[in-house]
Design a protein around this ligand. Sequence first.
Ligand code: COI
Length: 388
Amino acid sequence: MSSHPVHPESTTRAPLDASRLKVEKNPKAGTPPPPEQLVFGQTFTDHMLVVPWTAEGGWGEPKIQAYSPLSLQPSSIIFHYAPSLFEGLKAYKNPKGEVRLFRPDMNAARMNRSAERISLPTFDGDELVKLLKKLVEIDANWVPEKEGYSLYLRPTLIGTQPSLGVGETKEALLFVIMSPVGPYYSSVVKPVALEANPERVRAWPGGTGDAKLGANYGPCILPQREAAKKGYQQNLWLFGDEHYLTEVGTMNLFVVLKNDDGSYEVVTPPLNGMILPGVTRDSVLGLLRAHESGQSPLSNLPKIHVSEREIKMQELQDAAAQGKLVEVFGAGTAAVISPVDRIGYQGKDIHVPVTSSGFGPVAEVMLNTLSAIQWGKVEHPWSVPVSK
Ligand code: COI
């Protein structure tokens, strides 16, 4: 029995079934470019996975075929009311040539929760993971071998019914494309500067901030451009009159504060409906809690208390003024860990400490520990071989 939710109405229709997979190899298979030339999300592998869905028949035959354009009617609901969701996860090739995915079950589960929220069909997540593994195996030559590089998988689900009625779609398409990507940072880590502008809001109670919907991302481009004009790379998303911190750019947010006894409090906003339940967020919390409990201590870190709690700009400002702000960082699949060195707020800059490496102490340990797991340098259940 799968642990992932299946829409009750889906049970009389065909379920997503990886054993029905058909593979049609791309006769014009290409050659991956040298890793150094990769720009995030601009190069795609030879193959893609497509699975159609209809309200009548349920999930159709999964097919791996040449990466190619989709053909959709201009009246398709996706172009009008944006029933669209996506995921991002990475495959890594270690020096032994083994290819592994990082926590793909988490992405499949979140994809189903996003589908529920935007009235798209759900599926058995375990079947999707089987299909992802097969797709990666077929394009395994596209997984860069160089350390710091990976293959980014983009599972996507869209409503395709050709109809202008605003309602639940009767047709949908699940597809997965893949892009070889370089490390987010070149040789030198560059901490980012954030603009915290309370006039711009990413998510709100009762909204869709906790689902990975395409429609959550498009509206964030203008605020990012506005921040860039003022010299900041990303937005620090605030909420409410109290200016609660929520997320940073497209990533989850972590703030590290120093207690009087020298121990650290690592704060991240709770999953209150406005926060995306990030896989990297969950992984950082898991590693830090294992350190906190003494179950799996991490070297180079002091005593830590992990807090999923609300935090306001006033608290951040006070901590910075009192020398108690240790660091701020973002956590997400694309960049993994992204340190912050400056926050523009109400006409002033709050300076956030970073060490000579460009990181704060917790961010650096998190990046190193996660990378070792993702690369299969240490055995860990989060790193899942594609060929088993
Ligand atoms: C991530 O930080 O992993 C993202 O979701 C970024 C993606 C939208 C490119």
